[in-house]
Design a protein around this ligand. Structure first.
Ligand SMILES: C[S@@+](CC[C@H](N)C(=O)[O-])C[C@H]1O[C@@H](n2cnc3c(N)ncnc32)[C@H](O)[C@@H]1O
Length: 272
């Protein structure tokens, strides 16, 4: 399976189209706030990032690692709003390249470093972080046990792992699994109990677990409806192929949440 089978990642030029709409093409300087409408690839945008900042207590001296940083939206928001030093790790070269460029244009390169690599193989050379954050990324990563063991090693005692992620509320059929594996690039979707026990077995203590399934069902359904309601605008700005790809992606996500089988979780774990 190729990660680009997920339509969210197949037409990333849509960011440049939105910048052109704002009259900010080329290398015109940007602010993190003006691009936050289209650089956040998770639910509830910067509001969710703000909640995480408060919940974790991220401040100027916090060393943060974001796993699966996408277009760099959450990392830029954290860097801009807290002054924390952040490393944003992203697997896909074209997304990482665009994220770096946007960060540069936002004047945030001093405290935000973009790294293009796979969390499962990256050599951190003794680097440590106080906090690891991750929005809608770790369900992509196949080896949860290995991911959590190496994450634990990157944290000092008292360090935090915060994630917003997906899980399985009910058993998926083989057809549903296949569709999620390609359309959502889903590699690891355990049930809620297994999800938590994997963190405990990796030596983390769980401080907070919120089941977001109902909330994210509503969010993703409204997102689809809004996208369709603004079809003319989106086709004008992005062209028909991009519109259709994003509509297909939003429909797939909403449908699987609405079936009651796909679930959402916010989890905050600490290394004792
Ligand atoms: C849904 S996006 C979320 C991006 C960002 N966290 C946000 O909320 O805007 C998840 C990202 O995780 C990245 N990813 C998946 N597997 C990864 C891995 N093994 N190492 C690093 N990044 C990974 C994907 O390429 C993708 O860009």
């Amino acid at each position: 399976m190729n990660i680009k089978s997920m339509k969210l990642y197949s037409h990333i030029d849509r960011v440049y189209n939105e910048l052109a709409e704002l009259g900010k093409s080329g290398d015109v300087p940007l602010t993190a706030a003006e691009i936050s409408e289209f650089d956040q690839l998770h639910y509830h945008g910067t509001e969710a990032v703000d909640n995480a900042i408060q919940m974790i207590g991220i401040g100027k001296s916090t060393r943060v690692l974001e796993i699966g940083s996408g277009f760099g939206g959450p990392a830029r928001y954290i860097a801009h709003n807290t002054g924390a030093r952040i490393t944003a790790l992203e697997l896909q070269p074209n997304q990482n390249q665009m994220a770096s460029e946007l960060t540069e244009r936002c004047g945030l390169s001093t405290n935000l470093t973009h790294v293009c690599s796979d969390i499962l193989t990256h050599d951190w050379q003794q680097q440590q972080f106080d906090v690891i954050v991750s929005w809608l990324a770790i369900y992509h990563i196949p080896e949860r046990k290995r991911l959590l063991a190496l994450s634990r090693d990157l944290l000092p005692s008292g360090g935090v792992f915060y994630t917003e992620d997906l899980f399985s509320r009910q058993r998926f059929s083989n057809e549903e699994r296949a569709e999620l594996a390609s359309g959502l690039y889903a590699s690891h979707l355990p049930d809620l109990e297994t999800y938590q026990s994997e963190f405990k077995q990796a030596g983390f203590s769980l401080e907070r677990v919120d089941d977001m399934s109902d909330d994210w069902t509503d969010f993703t359904t409204e997102r689809l409806n809004d996208y369709r309601a603004n079809r003319a605008r989106h086709v004008r700005v992005h062209g028909e192929p991009t519109y259709l790809a994003m509509e297909e992606f939003y429909e797939l996500v909403s449908r699987h949440f609405c079936s009651g089988k796909l679930g959402g979780i916010i989890l905050l774990a600490r290394k004792p």
